[in-house]
Design a protein around this ligand. Structure first.
Ligand SMILES: C[S@@+](CC[C@H](N)C(=O)[O-])C[C@H]1O[C@@H](n2cnc3c(N)ncnc32)[C@H](O)[C@@H]1O
Length: 282
């Protein structure tokens, strides 16, 4: 055995699940987009770490918002939840507002703060909060959650928890590996549930340590994997300004270069795909 390597990976955490939470959680009314098992993982994290300030990015109907509010209630935690979503209307049915299900289940929650219609860098500074816990569940395709992780990190407490969903979605959806790339590229104390099924592997977390900051270059570097959608000029400018402020000019310029070549690469691939379609006329 090489002394530099441990005998086990020490990342699988058999005690992390808290299944008591799901017995009373109204999953279908909440229109949650997480499996029951994945919910028990989040419940276990909150039971263990007792975060006082939580941020979730990616709300949809508000299923995970409702879950967090439910878990906090059950654990008698007087914590604040901030939920952020780019869309004002529910992506699945635009007749409903983003977060509608959580609002219906918890109409009077004073500890829930929902922000919609903006990118995270446009919101996070004004919140003036240091977060203990963050849950990322947005695009799933690169650059996706990697960008918002870089936005969240300067506002997280050292020792705080970053959890993310859909870390194995790429088995079902082509190129949906943004959170897998993020989880694997990030450095920190990794926490994953026992992975007996593919669905168990669809959620993961890590605890921020000094090495998380030290090796942040991994995340900027991982952004050079091929992106799977066009990031428009406005969004690039917003994130460029943020990165310049919090990570410095070199990191921001690196992001800008990567954005240009990735957008060009995506367009090229897209045009080739369209040109190959039967019936396409040049
Ligand atoms: C998978 S759904 C979230 C599901 C929710 N967490 C749940 O478990 O019920 C993804 C959401 O992310 C939002 N979204 C996509 N890109 C985003 C971004 N850059 N910032 C914030 N929200 C984003 C979408 O509008 C959508 O509502």
């Amino acid at each position: 055995m090489n002394q530099h390597f441990p005998m086990t990976l020490k990342i699988i955490d058999p005690d992390i699940y808290d299944s008591s939470i799901m017995e009373t959680f109204p999953a279908s009314e909440a229109a949650i987009e997480l499996s029951a098992k994945n919910c028990t993982f989040l419940a276990g994290l909150i039971r263990r770490y007792h975060p006082k300030t939580l941020l979730e990015v990616g709300v949809s109907a508000g299923g995970s918002s409702a879950l967090f509010l439910h878990i906090l209630d059950k654990l008698h935690l007087d914590s604040e939840l901030v939920s952020v979503d780019l869309r004002e209307q529910w992506t699945i049915n635009a007749k409903f507002a983003t977060g509608w299900a959580a609002k219906k289940l918890y109409p009077d929650k004073k500890n829930w703060h929902l922000y919609t219609g903006k990118f995270l860098p446009e919101i996070i500074e004004d919140l003036d909060v240091e977060f203990d816990f963050c849950f990322l569940d947005t695009v799933h395709k690169l650059p996706g959650e990697c960008l918002d992780y870089l936005v969240v990190l300067p506002f997280m407490r050292e020792g705080g928890i970053i959890a993310m969903h859909d870390t194995s979605l790429y088995y079902q959806v082509e190129n949906a590996f943004a959170t897998r790339v993020l989880f694997d590229a990030a450095v920190g104390h990794k926490i994953i549930p026992p992975q007996n099924t593919q669905s168990d592997a669809n959620i993961a977390a890590f605890q921020i340590s000094q090495d998380t900051y030290k090796y942040i270059i991994n995340i900027f570097s991982a952004l050079s994997f091929p992106w799977d959608y066009i990031v428009d000029k406005r969004q690039i400018q917003i994130y460029y300004d943020f990165f310049r402020k919090y990570y410095g000019r070199e990191a921001a310029e690196y992001f800008l270069r990567i954005s240009k070549w990735n957008n060009a690469h995506f367009l090229k691939k897209f045009r080739e795909k369209v040109a190959c379609k039967p019936g396409h006329r040049v």
